[in-house]
Design a protein. Structure first.
Length: 217
């Protein structure tokens, strides 16, 4: 039987190996084309994807806990992710105390960021399954914006459903916990690339999934 030390060594070797594949596994952003026919994305020509932040609970020394306390009361790492229309990670930043990305109203509009109108109905559930039609161009824009940007919340939900190690604090140093998050995101991309049908996604779709720890909720 392998010793715990041997298993740990192999775990870290595999972890580093996955991270070294980052340039191959991260998706390359492709702008929405002018002739795109997708109901969610055809309104956003030139858009590269959607951006949001989620929380991953971590275990840190008592003296460091204050640095990792979130507004939701958890001890967590902030993970910023950008994904494309197919729920592939384009960019990942974990562990931080012409083209544009769809962002929620907590971000400001900028040269490469397109946020919704402030103070205007935004969350998908507020549209009540289509029974509440937008009365003006601002509400119409926000409805289309949230429909497209919801891809990042669904992706974070899928990521956490796929990897149990992201659903509870791990017994590793904060440096290793950062690496685990990055590796899980990269492996998520690999699975999305290689699997035509993702059974986990199907289950979550049936349940109406999203990410409860998203920075926008």
């Amino acid at each position: 039987m392998r010793s715990a030390r041997t298993v740990s060594q192999h775990f870290h070797h595999v972890l580093i190996a996955v991270l070294r594949l980052g340039s191959l596994l991260l998706a390359k952003p492709v702008p929405v084309s002018a002739d795109n026919s997708c109901a969610r994305w055809k309104w956003f020509e030139g858009c590269l994807g959607a951006l949001d932040v989620t929380y991953i609970d971590v275990r840190v020394p008592a003296e460091d806990r204050a640095r990792y306390h979130t507004s939701k009361g958890s001890v967590s790492l902030n993970v910023l992710g950008v994904c494309d229309r197919e729920m592939h990670f384009i960019y990942i930043l974990a562990g931080w105390e012409g083209n544009y990305y769809l962002v929620d109203s907590s971000y400001s509009n900028g040269e490469e960021f397109l946020s919704p109108y402030m103070g205007v109905r935004y969350h998908l559930k507020e549209w009540d399954s289509g029974r509440n039609s937008p009365e003006n161009h601002e509400k119409f824009f926000n409805m289309k914006h949230v429909s497209a940007r919801n891809v990042i919340e669904r992706m974070f939900g899928l990521l956490k459903a796929r990897w149990a190690i992201l659903r509870s604090p791990a017994f590793y140093s904060i440096k290793v916990q950062n690496r685990i998050i990055m590796a899980c995101c990269l492996l998520h991309n690999y699975i999305r690339q290689e699997m035509t049908d993702d059974p986990i996604e199907q289950v979550l779709t049936d349940e109406g999934f999203g990410d409860e720890d998203s920075g926008s909720t």
